[in-house]
Design a binder for this molecule. Structure first.
Ligand code: NAP
Ligand code: MG
Length: 491
């Protein structure tokens, strides 16, 4: 069996499982975890299942780097230069990174090559720029003209980062880039399902010249090594992306030393289509907002509300789109939708569709496994659902759209907002006034009207309600890794 023809990737897959601590690739006394290609169900590599001892070493390395080591005294201009160098190295190794990502995660390689990997480089460049644009302010004392008052923006310290498997290198970049720009020392724990790109990124971080301990990478199970980082008393901040269930565990575990916490969690994001919308654009966009990455996107447009006047037209358009969508392995250049990440997700997704059928909904297209081998699931559209059904309320994290008609605008907004989540909301209308009214009334951290772009490093991203705490990306993303010190000097 040929796993890959990309020589660099092949070599990487055969490397000894190890962890990055203090710029050294170290082995562990822990066991290993098999890395599975979700399109073939075959083992392609192994990673370390880190122990508590490994976490101790990583935290100690980060602590030392920040408190007394070279990294804590690295000037902003040098941090900027290092981040630019890392971005260049990501670009130079783009094919290998895309190869590792698609083998590990399943999404078609072309999307990693054209999207996630250059997107990660873009992110490092964007935050490289912020490193030299961090400043406090001077302030007037309310009490005395004889005091010089100013604020300093200082890095939070040691930051733990726990990321999910759905967009691996992007999530690593979203956290590492602002943290390093701010001057934090980092411990990254990628999802055990998809740790390869983070490990390769670790090699590039060392190659770029970051000093020892600035970035440490721990692989392993969330419930053990992830939990150990989260609970650690010497970690000052935790940045988490993942499920709302684990997000709540993170908050509880952080209470020991009251470390700062930022959370990017789940979603069940609504899309509203009004009768005046440009349906030629809306139909494929609504379809891809749920079928991209096999629906394994926190911001997926998983609930669709279409005005009753155009409901049949929009649904038949999406059903036709889904029926024609090319599902296949990530190295097939025609493939648009790859497999789900693992068997558990496949069982969860198919379980939800079965549940929808039991609840009385109808599957208009899909609802099956297209192949016997690999964790593929067909693009699926559920109709005749209602707002109380679990398929309408819970995050499925698969290529499953639940579509319902609506009759008037107030009703549509109320139903869109009737969710525990509040990550994303989308709408399609040509009416400018309605568009901005919707933008104001959606209870969601991100709104796209008539389509959007991929996540933009300059635009804050995050959730209302149980979709999270804080905003990544943009200036606000940098602020997650800074704290303010107010200084009064009696003159
Ligand atoms: P998950 O099970 O919550 O896992 C996320 C990460 O947390 C993984 O690295 C996981 O490790 C780790 N983890 C698990 N239990 C832990 C614990 N007790 N303490 C510390 N860390 C722990 O989520 P997932 O299934 O990987 O990802 C899917 C979820 O992520 C979806 O709900 C999706 O909406 C959400 N998501 C949100 C965003 C956003 O920006 N809002 C982006 C992407 C995904 P292991 O996997 O190694 O066990
Ligand atoms: Mg997981």
């Amino acid at each position: 069996m040929t796993v890959t023809n990309n020589e660099a990737a092949l070599e990487f897959l055969q490397r000894k499982p190890s962890l990055l601590i203090n710029n050294q690739w170290v082995s562990s006394k822990g066991g290993t975890i098999a890395v599975i290609n979700p399109a073939t169900e075959e083992k392609i590599s192994e990673i370390v299942d880190a122990t508590d001892e490994d976490v101790e070493l990583a935290v100690a390395a980060a602590r030392e780097a920040f408190d007394t080591g070279e990294w804590g005294r690295t000037p902003a201009g040098e941090r900027e230069r290092l981040l630019h160098r890392l971005a260049d190295l990501i670009d130079e190794n783009r094919a290998e990174l895309a190869e590792l990502e698609y083998l590990d995660n399943g999404k078609p390689r072309k999307f990693f090559f054209n999207g996630d990997v250059p997107g990660a480089a873009r992110n490092f460049r964007y935050f490289a720029g912020w490193a030299t644009k961090i400043y406090g302010m001077t302030a007037e004392s309310s009490y005395s003209p004889d005091h010089h008052v100013y604020t300093r923006k200082e890095p939070v310290g040691v930051a733990g980062m726990i990321t999910p498997w759905n967009v691996p290198i992007a999530m690593a970049a979203w956290k590492l880039a602002p943290a390093l720009a701010a001057g934090c020392a980092c411990i990254l724990k990628p999802a055990e399902e998809t740790s390869l790109s983070a490990l390769r990124l670790g090699e590039l971080i060392v190659e770029a010249g970051f000093p020892p301990g600035a970035v440490n990478i721990i692989t392993g199970e969330g419930a053990s090594s992830g939990a150990a980082i989260t609970a650690h008393e010497s970690v000052d901040k935790i940045a988490f992306t993942g499920s709302t269930r684990v997000g709540k565990l993170i908050v509880q575990a952080a209470t020991g030393n009251l470390k700062k916490v930022s959370l990017e969690l789940g979603g069940k994001s609504p899309t509203l289509v009004f009768p005046d919308a440009n349906l030629k654009k809306a139909i494929p966009a609504c379809a891809m907002s749920i079928f991209m990455n096999s629906g394994q996107i926190c911001a997926a447009g998983s609930r669709l509300y279409v005005h009753e006047k155009v409901f049949d037209e929009v649904i038949s358009g999406i059903v036709e789109f889904a029926a024609k969508l090319k599902v296949g392995a990530g190295d097939d250049p025609d493939s648009v939708m790859g497999p789900l990440v693992n068997k558990t997700q496949l069982n969860t997704v198919s379980g939800y569709v079965d549940l929808g059928r039991e609840e009385g909904a109808e599957v208009a297209v899909g609802g099956n496994r297209p192949f016997d081998r690999g964790y593929f699931y067909s693009p699926t559209v559920i109709v005749d659902a209602n707002d109380k059904m679990r398929v309408t309320r819970e995050e499925i994290f698969g290529p499953v759209l639940v579509a319902q008609p609506f009759a008037d605008t107030d009703e549509a907004i109320a139903r869109a907002n009737d969710s525990d989540y509040g990550l994303f909301a989308r709408a399609w209308t040509q009416d400018v006034s309605l568009a901005h009214t919707l933008a104001a009334r959606f209870r969601a951290g991100n709104v796209h009207i008539n389509g959007g772009t991929p996540p933009d490093p300059n635009i804050p991203f995050g959730g209302y309600k149980q979709s999270g705490w804080g905003r990544e990306l943009g200036r606000e993303g940098l602020d997650l890794y800074l704290q303010t010190k107010s200084v009064l000097v009696s003159l």
